[in-house]
Design a protein around this ligand. Structure first.
Ligand SMILES: Nc1ncnc2c1ncn2[C@@H]1O[C@H](COP(=O)(O)OP(=O)(O)OP(=O)(O)O)[C@@H](O)[C@H]1O
Length: 467
């Protein structure tokens, strides 16, 4: 069997030679071109498993080649070699469809990692991806919005470019990220999802990058961080807008250098991780208000994937209900929807999206008789104008006057801190119950951030219902 063939396009003879030798040593066949013209001629004659091009060539820009190869040779990944520190070039190339990039001076280890990753694209489909394909997409829905989302996911799964997923709470951001991973050549490696808003600030560095034994009091054993755990796979940074600024600097560095240093370690280690970030906040707005770094935003937001809210694809309701009920109902029990139920659901704006639909159906199922859900079982909240759930600080709801906690003649509490803790607990439980345990909405109702709410939930030991 012949070896995979790689095309190297670079006018600098020294660098071209270094690339050629490295690739030959990896057991690959190599063709070289010094200009765009030569590259085009070779591409017309041979099928390549990877094209590796410099950005500046005597007769034009590597970017032109990226666009041409992406359009005309869809099965051929193309990667670019960019000058160190020129994040802009790398991002522009990724946006144009480049599979990945390496920076000059080329670190051979990074080059090999990138090449191996590209070569996996032309290998027969691996086990988990094959299973995934035969099971079909886990993202249910046949609306035009969902069909277009699935097509985008299939395309994005063939690249290493960072993706930023936006969408309201419960709209399926994590599910979409899992799908991209499952369809990618990384499917056999871990998918690690991290909720950036749930990690105490003081532990963040240790959680992300790991630590050596004895690095600080309590570091009894060496530990891997999220980056090492996701090596070869995908790291999903959920609620990325919640990252504190000092951690944003460290994260940017890790993403740029593709290297991390454990706390207490003297050297860095290379990590090959695809980053997918997600948030229900407007990150561009966070940059404007100074809570999110522009350079990190630029790095994470290379390709944007927007998840439509459920109310924009309400035609998917029947399929979603069917799949959710099949999952929720006892084996052998067929649950159906009574007359008018789909219509009633269709009129509801679903601020909590598919997660809220799951909760509504779960509760309705508990109230229903004989496996038939009736309109009366739905207990939908009073409809409010369509739109996302209000987020903390948006001020869409006029603040209520502070309630009088106890009438003037009520006995005074014998232990004020305990009493206040109980009041706080009751209020948080009420907000969570009202929002079917949707933390973003509960936080919005109470005018606090999701991070504060999570902290209080943890501190007060409030348990979410199972499931
Ligand atoms: N298109 C879909 N098909 C089937 N299930 C879906 C779909 N979209 C979302 N879900 C389900 O809805 C629930 C919420 O999805 P997910 O956690 O991916 O949302 P999210 O946008 O990441 O939420 P959050 O912003 O709160 O983190 C999950 O149980 C998921 O399986």
């Amino acid at each position: 069997m012949s070896s995979p063939r790689i095309l190297v396009v670079d006018d600098e003879a020294d660098l071209r030679e270094l690339l050629e030798i490295t690739l030959l040593k990896m057991g690959l066949d190599v063709d070289s071109a010094a200009t765009l013209g030569e590259a085009r001629a070779l591409l017309a004659r041979h099928a390549y498993a990877l094209v590796l091009t410099d950005m500046r060539l005597p007769d034009g820009l590597g970017l032109e080649l990226v666009r041409e190869v992406t359009a005309a040779y869809k099965c051929t990944p193309i990667a670019v070699v960019t000058a160190y520190g020129s994040a802009e070039n790398a991002v522009v190339a990724l946006k144009a469809g480049a599979f990945d990039y390496v920076t000059k001076p080329v670190v051979l280890e990074d080059l090999r990692i990138m090449v191996r990753s590209a070569l996996r694209l032309s290998e027969p489909v691996q086990e988990p991806a094959a299973q995934q394909a035969s099971q079909g997409s886990r993202l249910i829905g046949e609306s035009p919005a969902m069909q277009s989302l699935r097509a985008q996911i299939a395309r994005l799964a063939r690249s290493n470019a960072p993706i930023s997923i936006t969408g309201e709470s419960g709209s399926g951001k994590e599910l979409a990220a899992r799908e991209i991973h499952a369809q990618s050549t990384r499917a056999a490696k871990p998918f690690v999802a991290v909720n950036c808003g749930a990690i105490p600030e003081t532990l963040m560095e240790a959680e992300f990058f790991g630590y050596r034994k004895g690095a600080f009091t309590g570091a009894a054993e060496e530990r891997e961080g999220f980056f090492q755990a996701a090596n070869g796979g995908t790291l999903m940074l959920d609620e990325v807008a919640d990252l504190p600024l000092p951690m944003q600097v460290k994260l940017l560095r890790a993403i740029q250098e593709r290297r991390v240093r454990k706390i207490g370690a003297t050297s860095e280690e290379a990590v090959d991780v695809r980053i997918i970030s997600a948030t229900h906040q407007d990150l561009a707005r966070c940059v404007e208000t100074g809570t999110f770094r522009q350079d990190l935003f630029y790095r994470l937001n290379v390709i944007e994937l927007r998840l439509p809210p459920l109310r924009e694809r309400i035609e998917d309701l029947p399929l979603l209900c069917e799949a959710i009920l099949a999952r929720l109902s006892a084996p052998g029990l067929k649950v159906s929807l009574g007359p008018g139920v789909l219509e009633a659901l269709g009129e509801y704006p679903f601020p909590g999206n598919v997660r809220e639909l799951e909760n509504v159906l779960e509760r309705a199922l508990a109230f229903s008789d004989d496996g038939v859900i009736e309109v009366g079982d739905l207990s939908l909240k009073a409809a409010r104008p369509a739109g996302p759930a209000p987020q903390p600080g948006q001020g869409t709801v006029a603040p209520a006057p502070p309630p009088s906690l106890a009438p003037d003649d009520a006995p005074l509490p014998s232990n004020l801190p305990d009493y206040l803790t109980q009041v706080e607990r009751d209020i948080i439980v009420r907000a969570l119950t009202q929002t079917q345990f949707n933390r973003a909405q509960a936080a919005a109702l109470l005018g606090i951030s999701v991070r504060q709410l999570r902290y209080q939930i943890q501190k007060l030991g409030i348990q979410a219902p199972e499931g």
